[in-house]
Design a protein around this ligand. Structure first.
Ligand code: UDP
Ligand code: LCN
Length: 801
């Protein structure tokens, strides 16, 4: 693309010099240093409207480039452009606005130019550049952007061809790998009799002959003596048919490795008996926690994940013929001042599981005292290193051994997972949930302004360390990694950025790295199911729900719906600014058609501002009241400021669907949005933000609708159109409702999630082993980055007295 772009630019400049000059002058006349994608485009549109058809025609060929400009940085006479011609591929160019010179430039120069505009101190001669590319030079990388997020498939192909290329060496690695399997002190798979590939092949043949004579249902204990004698230990299967199947797979691989066989074989290996899930911040618990500060979808996700994983682990262990109870430990922070939750309890059994627990470990002050109060997720950085050390001790004591997999969650959990995995040499998996960098505009560039409140310098440094040390990363959507044609992925945004005066990142994370895998979460199918499944409906809750929506005054509620037969437009979210509930109320207030056709039901925050301890939430609450007054909305909006328990919220979605309502998720940015899939699977036509995960979860016009929160009028008229159409054409509501149900049932289920996670953890475990993928050089660099950058930054975060 680079070459084409140069040619295109040169040709355009030659042919349409005057018009291009006019456009560049227009950008300069705005007196703005930074223009983002939408402004670059909107300003271009304004100009051609003003100048008329001749200029429009002359500039038309430039559109294909302009549409791909992600950012323009202006400091006359120069304009620097960051162009993203394709998903996850970038080119940087520099234009002289007077001479119309054009040159491709490096990412480093582009970032330095940006820094200069922020600091105003001229180009720094030397800035710390973080560049991880040299470390990854010898590692395999995906080539096509459409393969991003399917790392495991790619790795599997790579692994089998590697084994194939050197069958003896490859098979030897496999043999060594199988020989090292143990569980709680018991040898599994192979014993010391099988010392080389020839003896393994022989033993497999003999075992096959022996098993041939047995009934397929014969259980392992009945053949175990003979198997042991041949060199085989438990783990091959619970009965003869399965044992034979596993052994045949291995024979096939030893003969001619094929990706499908290898991944199936590894998927059957007894490798995962216990795992640790890290989620330090917020209030982690099973009741009364949602709605507490920093506590939302991540908790829902992890609890559902634990249920699904425990089930899958148990099922696999049974099939492997092993009588071992899987163990999962969710490790979080112990908060003595637990505010009516269980956050002060050291250990808590997870309901609905057999052997999964929450283990809580406190944060400590420098002199070792336990910190009693909740601490915002933006300010927890100074505690994490000691926390990790204490977690390591407590976790080993709880599990009796080191875990087989460590899963980090969010920036803090991923950093702790890094420290633990490095120390224990355990496979590390990261889950971001939401990378804060994409949520706040210019959070990197103006980090200094934000640091007193948000400490992004710590968070982004922690993110870079954790991303690069993870063995594999799972994401809920493709866009989380690499965005789409027009918008940048959340991980992609970490590849090149700068925090002026601190450091400049020129290769922060490689989104073509096969460590990335899309494994989407689901919605708890026992709670969130279609409104049409009448036999499972919770009729007993309908009185309560009716009163909640249509009742009169009650604590923590505002508004009283007058026209009760109108369908409900329903929203439910934490009242963070980014969730944009106030934006929605404003659009609703302004759109007469929407007001005539619907009532708005809002479940968010607190109605009484004094109940909130969070500054951002308090501001949103005040603004919400202001908007309700301004648009006179008390007869049309019901605002409930109470968090609902899961059963009630599950039935509420269906109740709204009974009356042909819809769900709306108006966030300025939503990383994934569990409420979106909950609403869809309940059968509610769903309108959700086009920024972030929902844009991928929903197929626009089929399983719901995309709306742009930055264009409220357009968004509200899309919704009004829908309701108007449904009044003439009631079947239309059903079409979208069914589309949403189908989409979630096909793509977003915990069953699928657990199966895939279990396969991934084995394949990445094997990959780590055979390629000796310790990434020693990267780790040493990251350790240095941790010690020299992260630690001093974290120490500067103020701690309570
Ligand atoms: N939730 C709930 N009761 C409420 C509000 C929210 O149970 O009153 C749940 C909601 O059903 C969803 C989660 O909280 O499971 C919110 O997750 P989401 O990913 O939508 O947003 P987050 O809070 O993580 O940003
Ligand atoms: C955090 C978020 O902000 C949501 O978008 C996700 O749905 C949630 O975590 C679970 O991953």
């Amino acid at each position: 693309m680079g070459v084409n772009l140069i040619q295109l630019f040169e040709a355009l400049i030659k042919e349409n010099r005057d018009s291009i000059y006019l456009l560049l002058r227009h950008y300069l006349s705005l007196n703005r240093s930074f223009l983002l994608q939408s402004s670059v485009w909107d300003e271009y549109q304004k100009l051609i409207q003003k100048e008329g058809t001749e200029t429009a025609a002359a500039l038309k060929p430039l559109e294909s480039i302009l549409a791909r400009v992600q950012e323009a940085v202006i400091n006359p006479p120069w304009i620097y452009l960051a162009i993203r011609p394709e998903i996850a591929r970038w080119t940087y160019v520099r234009l002289h606005t007077e001479k119309l010179h054009y040159k491709e430039t490096s990412v480093s120069e582009f970032l330095a130019f940006k820094e200069n505009l922020v600091t105003g101190d001229g180009h720094q001669k030397w800035a710390l550049e973080v560049d991880l590319a040299p470390f990854n030079r010898d590692f395999p990388k995906l080539i096509e952007s459409r393969s991003i997020g399917n790392g495991v498939e790619y790795l599997n192909r790579r692994l089998s061809s590697q084994i194939f290329q050197d069958l003896e060496q490859g098979s030897k690695s496999l043999l060594d790998f199988l020989r090292m399997h143990q569980a709680r002190g018991v040898q599994l798979m192979l014993n010391e009799r099988l010392t080389n590939i020839t003896s393994l092949r022989d033993a497999l043949r003999q075992a096959d002959k022996y098993l041939e004579k047995k009934e397929p249902e014969t259980r392992w204990p009945e053949v175990s003596r003979a198997m042991h004698y041949l060199g085989f230990e438990p783990g091959w299967g619970d009965h003869v048919a399965r044992i034979k199947d596993t052994m045949n797979l291995l024979s096939d691989i030893l003969e001619a490795p094929e990706p499908a066989n290898l991944s199936r074989f590894l998927g059957l290996m007894p490798m995962i008996f216990s795992l640790v899930v890290l989620s330090p911040h917020g209030f982690f618990g099973q009741a009364n926690v949602l709605g507490m500060p920093d506590t939302g979808g991540q908790v829902v996700y992890i609890l559902d994940q634990v249920h699904a994983l425990e089930k899958e682990m148990r099922c696999r262990l049974e099939q492997q013929g092993l009588n071992i109870e899987p163990q999962i430990l969710v490790v979080t922070r112990l908060i003595p001042e637990s505010q009516g939750t269980t956050a002060h309890e050291r250990i808590e059994h997870i309901e609905g599981t057999q052997n999964s627990r929450i283990l809580r470990v406190p944060f400590r002050s420098k002199n070792g005292e336990i910190i009693p109060q909740w601490i915002s997720r933006f300010k927890i950085w100074p505690y994490l290193e000691d926390f990790a050390a204490e977690v390591e001790r407590e976790m080993l004591a709880e599990l009796g051994n080191r875990p087989d997999l460590i899963i980090g969650n969010y920036s803090d959990g991923n950093l702790v997972a890094t420290l633990l995995s490095n120390s224990l040499k355990v496979t590390q998996c990261n889950i971001a949930h939401a990378l804060e960098k994409s949520k706040y505009l210019y959070s990197d560039l103006y980090w200094k302004d934000n640091d007193p409140e948000y400490h992004f310098s710590c968070q982004f440094t922690a993110d870079l360390i954790a991303m690069n040390s993870a063995d594999f990363i799972i994401t809920s959507t493709y866009q989380e990694i690499a965005g789409n044609k027009s918008s940048v992925g959340q991980y992609e945004s970490y590849n090149a950025f700068t925090m002026p005066g601190l450091y400049r990142v020129v290769n922060g994370i490689e989104v073509f790295d096969p460590k990335f895998n899309i494994v989407s979460p689901g919605a708890d199918a026992e709670i969130y199911f279609p409104y049409t499944q009448t036999e499972n409906r919770l009729q007993a809750l309908h009185g309560e729900i009716d009163d909640l929506i249509f009742g009169g005054e009650r604590d923590n509620a505002r508004g009283h719906l007058q026209e009760k037969d109108r369908p409900l437009l329903f929203t439910m979210a934490r009242m963070d600014k980014v969730k944009n509930i106030t934006g929605l109320v404003d659009w609703y207030g302004r759109n007469e058609r929407l007001r005539e056709n619907t009532n708005l039901l809002v479940i968010a925050g607190h109605v009484d501002q004094s109940f909130s301890t969070d500054q951002e939430e308090r501001e949103q609450i005040a603004y919400m009241h202001e908007l309700m007054n301004q648009h006179d909305l008390d007869n049309q909006i019901r605002w409930i400021g109470t968090y609902l328990d899961k059963k009630l919220s599950g039935e509420l979605y269906r109740f709204v669907a009974d009356y042909r309502g819809a769900f709306i998720q108006p966030a300025l940015f939503e990383a994934f949005g569990i409420t979106v899939i909950e609403a869809m699977v309940s059968g509610l036509p769903t309108f959700a933000t086009c920024y972030g995960g929902p844009s991928e979860v929903i197929c626009d016009g089929q399983s719901g609708f995309h709306i742009d929160p930055n264009h409220g009028d357009k968004a509200s008229s899309i919704i009004a159109d829908f309701f108007e159409r449904c009044t003439h054409e009631p079947e239309y509501w059903k079409v979208i409702s069914e589309g949403g149900i189908r989409r979630v049932q096909e793509k977003y289920t915990w069953k699928h999630y657990a199966e895939r996670m279990m396969t991934l953890s084995r394949i990445y475990g094997f990959w780590k082993y055979v390629t000796n993928l310790q990434r020693d050089e990267t780790n040493r660099y990251l350790e240095m980055f941790y010690g020299l950058q992260f630690r001093p930054l974290a120490e500067k975060v103020p701690q309570p007295d």
